[in-house]
Design a protein around this ligand. Structure first.
Ligand code: PAF
Length: 272
């Protein structure tokens, strides 16, 4: 595995397929799965590691976000990544004030509403990373469903010559979606965290059986709040528009964000 600090050091052959996994590090099995998929599909595999300040709100966890480049490099190497692109702040944001990529509509609700400016930060850094790495295929985890929708909309709107490959959420044995933020959970909170996925699976069954998605989502919110979560949203949405749906629609998703103490967890499930 090579470590590149600048785009020049990437030293890729642009004529052969480049697979790209953008990350903020603190790797877990979900990241490794994206890298394995890139390895299967592409001749050259680039993993970026950049904790992007632009996508964190002023009260969020940018300063305490877990950072361990040596461990991440070892893990990326173990699944056959070719290059770890770990640029410094000055490489990614040489200008104090940068051009911002704003993706409309699909950013209005859910994470976009709860975390103002978050998706401007994501879209801007992903556009910059795409231009620096020039991948043919970029791999994203479905756990961040709205992020996948936002990046796909940006790629479509700006005619970026890149295919996105959206990979299934990797879960712990008890169903908790893997996330770098799970390590913030206290043992007590870790014990109840899987209830998000359990509730989503139950709500999925109820909606497939014919229950009203609106009523089901309201009941799910109440149950999770009663179990100790502070639910930001639990909704049934179309994943292309990210708009809520009032009745069953094929291919729609349940999405949820809920807090346990200061840790915010998100998850989603396809209702099909
Ligand atoms: O999903 C993430 O880790 C980040 O949002 C991404 C895509 C690497 C952009 O900083």
């Amino acid at each position: 595995l090579r470590i590149a600090r600048t785009a020049a050091e990437l030293d890729l052959d642009l004529t052969r397929p480049i697979g790209f996994v953008p990350t903020m590090g603190a790797f877990h099995e979900g990241h490794l799965q994206l890298m394995r998929r890139a390895r299967e599909e592409c001749e050259q595999v680039v993993v970026s590691l950049f904790v992007n300040p632009l996508q964190f709100g002023p009260k969020e966890d940018f300063a305490r976000y877990p950072r361990d480049e040596a461990r991440d490099a070892e893990m990326a190497e173990s699944v056959g990544a070719d290059v770890l692109f770990a640029p410094g702040l000055e490489e990614v944001y040489p200008n104090k004030v940068t051009t911002i990529v704003h993706v409309p509509e699909v950013t209005d609700l859910w994470e976009g509403a709860q975390r103002p400016g978050h998706f401007d930060g994501v879209a801007t850094v992903v556009a910059k990373l795409f231009n620096l790495v020039r991948p043919h295929i970029a791999f994203f985890g479905r756990k961040d469903l709205q992020q996948c929708t936002v990046v796909q909309r940006m790629v479509d709107d700006l005619n970026m010559p890149i295919r996105l490959s959206i990979e299934p959420t990797v879960r712990e044995a008890d169903g908790l979606a893997m996330s770098s933020r799970n390590r913030y959970l206290s043992p007590e909170h870790r014990a109840i965290a899987p209830q998000i996925h359990l509730q989503m699976s139950q709500s999925k069954q109820n909606i497939l059986r014919g229950d009203s998605p609106v009523k089901e989502c309201e009941e799910a919110r109440n149950r999770l709040n009663a179990a100790g979560f502070s639910v930001d949203y639990f909704a049934y949405v179309d994943s292309r528009s990210m708009l809520p749906l009032e009745s069953y629609s094929q291919g729609a998703n349940l999405i949820c964000a809920a807090r346990l103490g200061t840790t915010r967890l998100i998850d989603n499930i396809l209702v099909e």
